[in-house]
Design a protein around this ligand. Sequence first.
Ligand code: XIL
Length: 352
Amino acid sequence: MRSLPLRRRELLGMTAGTLAAGLPRTLPAGAEIRFGTAVSADVLARDPAYAELVRRECVLLVPEWEMKWAAVQPEPGRFDFRGLDRIAAFARGNGMALRGHALLWHREAPAWLADRLTPANCESLLRAHFTEVMERHAGLTDSWDVVNEAVEPEDGRADGLRRSFWLERAGEGYIETAFRIAAERAPGAELVYNEYGCEHDGDWSRRRRAAVLRLLERLKGDGVPVHALGLQAHLQAGAPFSSAGLAAFLREVRALGLRVLVTELDVRGGGPGSPAERDAEVASLYRAFLDTVLEQASCDTVVTWGLSDRHSWLRREAGPEERPLPFDEELRPKPAWTALREALAAAEGRHR
Ligand code: XIL
């Protein structure tokens, strides 16, 4: 097991090398696409069969909760990295990298943060937090969701920004401040703006796409160090989707000089119908979505928000009948897994 910090290209080289050795990784040999998933430290500890599945199929992990502000700085100045350290140990022990998620978000934040935040102290609060979090496992993490979900057109602002406590308490400059501090703390890292609701067609998504593009254009125009858009990709089977619509949006993102990541992929819904019929509908959207992103955008990262329905957050959020992930309750591969692997293989074929 190497003790040197993994860098993206080394990791990819290792991945390609691993594949050349024929070990059962998802990534086809030579592909430049890292596949990974969100994990919980507690689930990895209590479900060894699931941990083995993650170990077998992933080269990249994202802490599902353990890196969020409420987890790592529950009180001012008191940091708690126990959960994150467990995930980092698992990643290090299995030659994996970590994605940092999420440095700044309006949810999963401790009450003290909104109480204390002002325009005057925003920079110092962010610098203190980012310094501790970004340096904790710096050698494992080369890609960060710096700001998560900052737009909300339904809040009625002309700029489409979300009326979060960040905006209300610190002013709209908090986004630029976050990215500039992240670049200062982790020079050379990939700094990502992460967002949901840009994947489907329809008025709601159209408004979100417009707000995201407006924000990214402003940031890039102001020289803010943002390198990529993270598409959370919490998709809905049966909702309007067109490859053409998503491709047009991705072309506008690429025109800003931004890469694209798939950061939280899962597909809820599907049906009515038998589980097999629902699984087929879900798989079809996995394939259509991934083919579009991997064809249209510079995308080298695909992350699902969990690997098995057994531990999907949607089982808590949307109901126990949800079947959103590539592996079922019994950790058996579903059509969505085949769809995902075929999309990666097709992209690898284009990468040659
Ligand atoms: C969710 C986790 O899955 C839950 O376990 C946690 O309680 C709340 O956060 N978009 C995001 C993720 O960016 O961080 C969220 O993860 C899901 C929605």
